[in-house]
Design a protein around this ligand. Structure first.
Ligand SMILES: [Zn+2]
Length: 155
């Protein structure tokens, strides 16, 4: 009987310690950071998927008849990001590689719209090209009701 009471009071103390333990707070913060990272990661993947879709649509319609090769990047697993393989002309392949690296390295959180970003990170030549792609493919995708997840990507 006496030992039960002692055990109980130890438990009570343990609970009290947990609520004032700075480590518990740190653990909570770490969990929060992890879930924020997960949210950022899934936003990133959606944006990369959108960029690939836009460039793919553009290349299909504007670069018909040009020789196309399967997209392979050292930096990203394109099949995982797009859910399928992608074939682009050499010009669009380069644009996609540039866009993927820039989007992945974007330091802003939350990410502003590219158009309103204080720091335009694209090389000027690529910026001109991606804007053409966004305009052309954006219009086509809107017409087909396939436009989602676009807020931060308007150039
Ligand atoms: Zn192309």
């Amino acid at each position: 009987m006496w030992t039960d009471v002692a055990a109980e009071s130890r438990e009570v103390r343990a609970v009290a310690d947990a609520s004032t333990d700075p480590n518990a707070g740190r653990l909570f913060a770490a969990k929060q950071t992890a879930s924020m990272n997960a949210a950022r990661e899934s936003q990133l993947l959606r944006d990369l998927n959108t960029l690939a879709t836009f460039i793919d649509v553009y290349c299909k319609h504007r670069h018909r008849g040009m020789s196309k090769t399967p997209v392979a990047l050292k930096t990203h697993d394109i099949t995982r990001i797009c859910g399928r393989d992608l074939e682009l002309c050499a010009t669009c392949h380069k644009l996609l590689a540039h866009a993927f690296v820039k989007r992945t390295r974007c330091p802003f959180d939350p990410k502003p719209m590219c158009k309103k970003c204080p720091d335009h990170c694209y090389a000027p030549e690529y910026r001109v090209r991606i804007r053409k792609v966004m305009k052309f493919s954006g219009r086509r995708l809107v017409l087909r009701g396939r436009l989602r997840y676009l807020r931060h990507l308007f150039f």
